[in-house]
Structures are given as C-alpha cells and as structure tokens.
Write a protein of this length. Structure first.
Length: 244
C-alpha cells in the first residue's frame, strides 16, 4: 500500500496587511480584502492568500502572481460555481488544501490528491451546546467527560479533524458533522470513515502542530497509516519549529 504524502506549510500571519502580500493578490482578492471591516480580519485574509500563493508557487516553481484560481465540480450537484477551489493556471497543478484562523494559516499540497486541512484558533465556546451540534454521541461523551481544562483543546482537535476530512471530500461542513467520527481520544494519526462526495470513503487524518493557541489537522486518502509529511514553517519562531 502506498504511503500518502503531503507537503505542508504552517504559517504565522502578520498582524497587519503588508505591501508585499498585497502585491501578490489578484484584483478579485484585493476587492474581497477591501470588504473586511476590521483591520485584523483584512490582515488575516491578505496574509493567508499570499501564503497560499507562495506555497503553491514554491511547489510548482512558478511566480506567485501567475497562479489563477478556479473551482472543481461540486461533488453534490456537479456545478463548478461552488465546488472546491483548484488551481486553473498553470495547468496540471496538484490538489491543495488551505485554512486560516486568526493569526494562523495552514497550506497542504498532495502530489496524488485529494487533500484537506483545517486550522482553528482555540477560543472559548459553549461546549455542551456546540458538542451536541458537531460531535457524535461518543465524541461528545469523551470531550465533556474530561477535566474542565482539557475539554476545549479536545473539542478543537475533533473539530479540525472533521473539517479537514469534509474539505478533502469536497462538501465542507454542509454535511452533518455528527456522522464523521474522528476519535478525539487518540492523538497523532487516526483512520476516519466519510462516504460523502465522490472520492474515497477512508481517510488518514493527522494532527498538525501549528503553534500555541491553535489546532490543526491534515486529511489524506488512506486507512490510518501514518503519512509522509514534509513540513515548512513561515513566520514562526525557531523554538516552535518542527522537523522539515
């Protein structure tokens, strides 16, 4: 069995939008950036899109501004108007995953695709109510049964795993997340079943260290065998860097 493989970039985003980052965005991206009312939200969007362009440009050996976006057909209805994002130019680009939350971003490129990633800044939540909406009964029982200080990190670990899988499948959180069991009681790499969409229904989901205060996960096709991950870090202090 082939070991799933991905190239992953973990990114610490700047607190304000920079001229260098803005220069990489196309007209549609700059227009979208201008619609953000809060400066920190605009900076997160601009920095995240620039990081995605830089990561793909590095992998494809092209200029970051030459990348053009498109959409793959929606797994649900077949429309390419709201399907998963893809690289339209240059042709033949591999599948990629992207997520950002606050000052954190995560990019993954999978040579054989598909791939999904998610990152989420850990924030206070109404855990009992949110767990009932998003977690399976077994997951909710596990998370809510932990000591109070451990519940929030455990919930976010489950959340990013679910999002990574549903993004890889191509349906996102439109599906009922309670039907996707991601074993939050186990750290590292887990096998997850998700039959939505047109892709495989068995996934290998791996926790990704994105730095303090956030949780991250990577989803690749497979049955739980630890994947081969090549990691790069941008904007993260040396003391927090993992193996590259």
């Amino acid at each position: 069995m082939t070991t799933p493989e991905a190239h992953v970039w973990t990114v610490s985003l700047p607190p304000t939008a920079t001229v260098d980052d803005l220069a990489l965005l196309d007209a549609a991206e700059r227009a979208r950036a201008d619609r953000y009312r809060r400066a920190e939200d605009r900076a997160s969007f601009v920095g995240g899109r620039a990081a995605l362009r830089r990561a793909l440009a590095e992998h494809l050996d092209v200029g970051a501004t030459t990348i053009a976006w498109g959409r793959a057909p929606c797994p649900g209805c077949g429309s390419d108007r709201h399907g998963p994002p893809r690289v339209a130019e240059p042709p033949g680009a591999p599948a990629f995953g992207f997520s950002r939350s606050g000052r954190h971003a995560l990019v993954a490129v999978a040579p054989s695709g598909p791939v999904g990633v998610d990152v989420e800044a850990v924030r206070p939540l109404d855990l009992p109510a949110t767990a009932r909406q998003c977690l399976s009964p077994a997951e909710a029982a596990y998370v809510l049964g932990l000591p109070p200080q451990e519940r929030l990190p455990a919930f976010h670990r489950a959340w990013v795993r679910k999002e990574a899988v549903t993004k890889a499948v191509g349906v996102g959180i439109a599906m009922d997340l309670r039907t996707v069991d991601v074993s939050p009681d186990r750290a590292g790499t887990v096998a997850v079943r998700c039959a939505a969409g047109a892709g495989p229904d068995s996934w290998t989901v791996t926790d990704v260290d994105v730095g303090e205060g956030a949780a991250g996960a990577l989803a690749l096709p497979g049955t739980g065998r630890p994947p081969s991950i090549r990691t790069r870090t941008w904007g993260i202090p040396e003391s927090r860097k993992g193996n590259s």
